[in-house]
Write a new protein. Structure first.
Length: 434
């Protein structure tokens, strides 16, 4: 039997769980992280496109992405040191978000102005001049390939906005490992191949976990289990007051050779294309990474079991996403065989994460990250740590929500935005975009 008592047990060693472990251990808590897999970041983190962008439809979304960008740029500084495995690298490509009725561009740019995020508004002529690989034809709405109007000529042109600081992290699993190493420097422990069997409770509070049949004493649990988060919440019995739920969803991301002229240091920038329903960017290997933005014409692949899914790309989804991207980039060749990955994301009902306390004392959640929260991982640990500190001080976050001033940008966010009790947020973009 494990006789040691931990201050906090974090369930899940993805990039979110490792960030939480780092923040809590840095604040003096004795932390142990449990993961059913064999290594940090080997689940949904490893399937992330790892795009760094700022175009969210809410203040908290924009502000946390901009804060995290500062941390990605100073990754070694944020970690407080290096990692013998090497450090993940932020690659700046810039990016353009094309106009679409599915997004409120003026709302997003007003939030950019408030946050101090640089951008340029481009019309179609500027897109053709600055990014000749991109054809700014207007194809909206996104359509399935079987739609007889899919191949119709564009109905006019679209503009967009250019964000020079967009980019990506070159190795998302390594980023999780970096956060794990930083947490270990502050005393955190990590146990892999260690699924959680049950969560003990007494008098309305957490008392222990049972991991592979072994009791582990802890006064605090943070559920950061990604696609398995709903299972863990069921073990804890905490879903009675959640207004927002989560479900696992399968996604595909594909890789194809980039159009001619984009190799080495010259990469295709990050392009958000809700007009056609895709996003894409270059990779250091000279490829193009292509994903979907969940357009209304495409079915969502929800899973009953987050472990039972096809890990390989399918021809149908590959062709849908890559051929849409080829409409935007006429020089893009579409290979005959799919190449890419199938992964699973933990999606909340409104695609906004839940970072919160719960009705069970000492039980916290960092769930519903919906595939779009990798970029915010550096600050998520601080969000959870602030909610934990508030509870430890006797403050009820449900009644008096924590207002957190972000350390690098100085912006203040209201953490009730991420509450399990929030109203369904109809201003959400309802998409991943990496």
């Amino acid at each position: 039997m494990n006789q040691r008592t931990y201050d906090a047990a974090v369930i899940g060693a993805g990039v979110i769980g490792c960030s939480i472990a780092y923040a809590l251990s840095r604040n003096g808590y004795q932390v142990c992280v449990f993961d059913r897999a064999g290594a940090a970041g080997s689940g949904s983190t490893s399937a992330s496109s790892a795009n760094i962008r700022f175009n969210y439809s809410t203040w908290e979304g924009v502000a946390t992405a901009w804060e995290s960008y500062a941390m990605w740029r100073d990754w070694r500084g944020h970690l407080g040191g290096g990692d013998e495995a090497g450090l993940a690298r932020f690659v700046t490509t810039g990016g353009v978000v094309l106009d679409s009725p599915d997004q409120d561009t003026q709302r997003v740019l007003a939030l950019f102005d408030r946050a101090g995020i640089p951008y340029e508004r481009w019309d179609a002529a500027q897109i053709r001049s600055r990014l000749p690989v991109v054809d700014p034809g207007r194809y909206y709405p996104p359509k399935q390939l079987s739609d007889p109007t899919f191949w119709d000529d564009p109905d006019g042109d679209v503009g967009g906005y250019w964000v020079p600081d967009n980019g990506f992290v070159d190795d998302p699993a390594l980023a999780a490992h970096n956060l794990m190493s930083a947490a270990r420097r502050h005393g955190a422990e990590f146990r892999f191949n260690s699924p959680v069997d049950s969560i003990g409770r007494e008098n309305g509070a957490v008392t222990h976990l049972v991991v592979k049949g072994e009791p582990v004493s802890t006064r605090m649990v943070v559920n950061a289990a990604g696609p398995h988060s709903a299972v863990i919440n069921s073990l804890a019995g905490v879903l009675d007051d959640f207004n927002v739920g989560t479900r696992p969803m399968r996604q595909e991301v594909h890789q194809v050779p980039a159009p001619p002229g984009f190799t080495g240091d010259r990469l295709v920038p990050l392009v958000g294309d809700l007009d056609l329903g895709t996003y894409f960017r270059g990779t250091p290997s000279g490829d193009l990474m292509i994903g979907g933005t969940e357009p209304a014409c495409d079915p969502m692949e929800w899973l009953d079991d987050p472990d039972d899914y096809n890990h390989n790309p399918t021809k149908a989804v590959f062709e849908a996403q890559v051929i849409r991207a080829a409409r935007r980039m006429p020089e893009l060749a579409v290979p005959n065989a799919p190449r890419g990955i199938g992964g699973v994301y933990d999606v909340s009902d409104d695609w906004i994460p839940i970072y919160d306390k719960t009705s069970l004392g000492g039980y916290y959640v960092a769930i519903g990250t919906s595939g779009n929260q990798f970029k915010n991982a550096p600050i998520v640990g601080d969000l959870i740590a602030a909610i934990v500190a508030s509870a430890e001080a006797g403050r009820d976050h449900d009644v008096e929500p924590v207002q957190l001033t972000l350390p690098r940008t100085g912006h203040t966010i209201d953490l009730s935005h991420y509450s399990r009790k929030r109203e369904f947020n109809r201003d959400s973009s309802f998409s991943v975009m990496g």
